[in-house]
Ligand binder design. Structure first.
Ligand SMILES: Nc1ncnc2c1ncn2[C@@H]1O[C@H](COP(=O)(O)OP(=O)(O)OP(=O)(O)O)[C@@H](O)[C@H]1O
Ligand SMILES: [Mg+2]
Length: 454
């Protein structure tokens, strides 16, 4: 521990469990925080979600090899130093390893003390870069305007802080309305880079898109009466946010791939290329893996932009955020001059219970309408749209059942049957509402025996 607060964290990568265990013991015994990884893929996951100050990796592993991991860390997490461990008598020379970016290397078998010395030396050498990164993360101002307290969102914020300073592309996925735009902005702000330039890949007509992205030279096509630079050039030194990347026309995808891989772009009709420094953030609500299978998205581009992945969870998986979001939306409305409106307890239960297919955007819309049209200063269940009113009434119904002092099993039966009644007997909708698989619902209904008419 050198900065008096958190212990330094070391990620240990080795497929050999006993070797991994011994090194982890040794390091923990010297006040380091150790995370152990059995392979390189796991290690990359850890790097995206936890603070790592140093990686110690074996080079000889099945799957993604240690040298490929070393290269990946150098390009994706350049702040994180790597100590490589080679097998005795292996071909990798010290020169090759340092050229590949290893901060130090040790040949197996080695003694404990030289290993600990190497760890200490590398951590000391990289301390100032590490402290700067920690400071940036601690400030956390980049998350302004994003309201969330739930576990899934806290984990997402951790990842935002981790990936922000990497130069590698970030892919943000999640259902519509979950807040992908806000997360993209947060990554950009935390990166400390220059301008944020956003392009909606689906909104620009296909024939204009190439020139929009890369610019054009005079005379490149009818109407091109002077040279014009594109969004890539505008994002030089900053971030290019490719929103709705799933909608990017297939014909343009190889050109984008080349620009990302080489950092060079060529204007439409031009001959020379320009070397730019642009960080790519892409977002989509589509399943890109499926688009690749269907042939509407190129696999090579998919792998190129999917190095760092942030998944924004749907609202129904984090109902704990709903009361906070409600406060946030209503206070924003108040700032814009709306009346001081509250949400009644049953209405809030209805909001928390609902499945929100349109996520936070839908929640905002519902609240803004309900708070405008409600009578008095309180949004009641009756002010909510019908699909939400049903969720609220069900809660009320169950509450009154609870007052009748039913057992938990009876209560559950009441609840399930009530939901079934309110979905007009449609079992798949009821299962969806209850958040249980359809098979589970069928099994429950069988257990209840004779199901009353619904
Ligand atoms: N955690 C949050 N805190 C506050 N506001 C939020 C949060 N998440 C989303 N919002 C708001 O919800 C709306 C939708 O968010 P956003 O546009 O970022 O969604 P999206 O995931 O990009 O959706 P789409 O896939 O449709 O583009 C915006 O008005 C945004 O401000
Ligand atoms: Mg969006």
């Amino acid at each position: 521990m050198t900065d008096g607060s958190e212990p330094e964290s070391i990620l240990l990568v080795d497929d050999d469990a006993s070797f991994r265990g011994i090194l982890a013991e040794v390091l923990s015994g010297h006040e380091y925080r150790v995370t152990a990884s059995p392979d390189a893929y796991h290690a990359l996951e850890v790097l995206q979600s936890e603070p790592v100050d140093l990686v110690v990796t074996d080079l000889d592993m099945p799957g993604l090899k240690g040298d490929a991991l070393l290269a990946q860390i150098r390009s994706t997490f350049p702040e994180v130093p790597v100590i490589a461990i080679t097998a005795f008598g292996s071909v990798e020379s010290a020169l090759e390893l340092t050229r590949a970016g290893a901060a130090d290397y040790l040949a197996k078998p080695f003694r404990v003390q030289p290993f600990l010395d190497a760890v200490r030396r590398v951590l000391d050498q990289t301390r100032s870069a590490r402290e700067a990164a920690r400071m940036r993360r601690r400030h956390g101002r980049h998350l302004e305007g994003i309201v969330a307290a739930s576990g899934p969102m806290r984990r997402l914020f951790e990842r935002v802080a981790r990936v922000a300073t990497s130069p590698a592309p970030v892919l943000i996925t999640g259902e519509t309305g979950t807040g992908k735009d806000l997360i993209a902005r947060a990554v950009h702000h935390a990166s400390g880079r220059g301008a944020l330039v956003t392009v909606n890949s689906g909104a620009i007509p296909e024939h204009l898109m190439e020139s929009e992205l890369f610019g054009h030279v005079k005379g490149a096509f009818t109407g091109a009466d002077h040279d014009r630079s594109g969004l890539f050039q505008a994002a030089d030194g900053g971030t290019l946010f490719l929103d709705e990347i799933g909608e990017l026309p297939l014909a343009l995808q190889p050109k984008l791939l080349r620009a990302i891989e080489t950092g060079e772009v060529r204007r439409v009709g031009g001959v020379a290329s320009e070397l730019l420094d642009v960080r790519i953030i892409a977002a989509t609500h589509r399943e890109l893996g499926r688009a690749v299978q269907e042939g509407t998205f190129r696999e090579d581009l998919y792998w190129r932009i999917n190095v760092l992945h942030l998944e924004v969870p749907p609202l129904r998986e984090r109902p704990g955020d709903i009361p906070l979001l409600v406060d946030h939306v209503l206070s924003r409305a108040r700032q814009r001059g709306a009346l001081d409106v509250r949400v009644s307890a049953p209405a809030l239960s209805a909001l928390v219970k609902y499945s929100w297919p349109g996520n936070v955007r839908q929640l905002r819309g519902v609240l803004e309408r309900a708070s405008t049209f409600c009578e008095g200063a309180e949004v009641c269940v009756d002010d909510l749209p019908p699909e939400l009113r049903r969720a609220g009434e069900t809660v009320e119904h169950v509450r009154s059942a609870a007052e009748r002092e039913l057992t938990l099993a009876e209560l559950e039966r009441e609840y399930v049957l009530e939901v079934l009644r309110r979905t007009g007997g449609q079992k798949s909708r009821a299962a969806d509402w209850l958040g249980i698989p359809r098979r589970t619902l069928y099994r429950r209904l069988e257990e209840y025996g004779k199901v009353p008419e619904v």
